[in-house]
Structure formats: structure tokens, C-alpha cells
Design a protein around this ligand. Structure first.
Ligand code: MN
Length: 208
């Protein structure tokens, strides 16, 4: 990993070259990484008993991680990274990320599938909900105002490239406070399907 370039105030920062190592789940040239473990994800899955069973059998490896590059943190900059989500399921639900709305809710994001088979669950605070496939050669543009989460519906790692406004921030609590997202992505034979999440009771307004 490299450090964020430092420049004299007012001058452009240097260009940043990155290498996408999809197989390894790494972004060479990134300057930040975080990992999420199953033990961090209490309340994420609807089936509490299945979550408790999964936790009892957990091997302690990360469920997903993110490596990202931030070179211009202010408005106008972009954060670029990869998200790597291991396959699996808890109860009837496939492995997924926590999901969020951007803290500055109108900030948009682009996701590009690199490897594996996934879907994104996308909700608006007003009550729209949709599910969009993402895999190699597929891109999903997430407009501002959409709560978003990635789900791994395949047997391999789901690796996606993302790029979003550097000042966007993340509001993770909005999903938890709503009883989860409006749609669930569940196992259905060898594939997946989506259904309404009956625990979802609507989103509060985004933070001002
Ligand atoms: Mn985002």
C-alpha cells in the first residue's frame, strides 16, 4: 500500500495508478483497507438463530473486505476501491455487505463486476426497491438517494470495483433502524430469488 500523495496546497495531486488483482482480492496502489467479520454483522440477517449457529461454527476469516484509494478527499475527488465478498449464506439469505446510504445522500457511485456472481439490492427512502445483477462485464450505476448493498449469490468470491464521490460518507444505521432493506435475496434451488422483507418498516429521512 502507498500513502496518500501530499502536495503543496492548491496544486493538483499526482495521478494514481492502481492494479486490480481480482483473483487475490487486492487493489495494488490502495491506501486503506478494512475487513468485516461475521461477528461484526449481528442483526444483518433476518434469521437470528441461523446467525448464532453460523457464529458458533465461524472460522474467524473475514466475510468481506474493502481496499480503496483516496487521493483527493474533498468535493470533486473520487474514492476508488475493490470490494471482496466471500460466498456463503445465513439462513435463507446469501452473504451480503452491511449496505448504506451515502451520508451526503445525493452522491452517486459506480460498481463494476470483476469476478463472481452477485446482485445489488437498491432501495430509495421513499419506498422503491430493486435488485440488479452484477458480475464480470456488468456495471451498475447507483444514483444518489439509493441505499445499496452487495450480495454474493454465487459459489466464488464476488469482487467488484467501485468509485464514488470522496465526500459522500456512509450512513450504515439507516438500514438497521428500518429493520433491514426492503428486499431480501434468498437461496432458491441452485439460484436466487428476491422477496419482500416483512421486517422492513420504512426508512427515516436521510441525515440533513
Ligand atoms: Mn456507497
Amino acid at each position: 500500500m502507498t500513502t496518500t500523495p501530499e502536495t503543496t496546497a492548491g496544486l493538483p495531486v499526482p495521478p494514481v495508478a492502481m492494479t486490480l488483482l481480482a483473483e487475490a482480492g487486492r487493489l495494488e496502489g490502495s491506501n486503506a483497507r478494512y475487513e468485516k467479520f461475521l461477528s461484526d454483522l449481528g442483526g444483518l440477517y433476518r434469521d437470528d438463530e441461523a446467525y448464532a449457529r453460523a457464529l458458533a461454527e465461524d472460522d474467524g476469516a473475514p466475510v468481506y473486505w474493502v481496499e480503496s484509494s483516496t487521493s483527493e478527499p474533498g468535493p470533486g475527488g473520487l474514492i476508488t476501491g475493490i470490494s471482496v465478498l466471500e460466498p456463503g449464506s445465513v439462513g435463507e439469505e446469501y452473504a451480503m455487505t452491511r449496505g448504506h446510504l451515502h451520508a451526503i445522500a445525493d452522491r452517486s457511485e459506480l460498481y463494476v463486476g470483476l469476478s463472481g456472481q452477485g446482485v445489488m439490492i437498491l432501495d430509495t427512502v421513499a419506498g422503491d426497491s430493486t435488485v440488479v445483477e452484477i458480475g464480470p462485464g456488468q456495471a451498475v450505476y447507483v444514483p444518489g438517494g439509493w441505499v445499496h448493498r452487495s450480495v454474493n449469490v454465487g459459489r466464488e468470491r464476488l469482487v467488484t470495483l467501485f468509485c464514488y464521490a470522496a465526500d459522500a460518507g456512509q450512513d450504515y444505521l439507516i438500514i438497521e433502524q428500518a429493520g433491514g432493506m426492503a428486499s431480501l435475496v434468498i437461496k432458491n434451488g441452485d439460484g436466487w430469488s428476491s422477496r419482500k422483507n416483512h421486517d422492513h418498516h420504512g426508512y427515516r429521512s436521510p441525515r440533513p
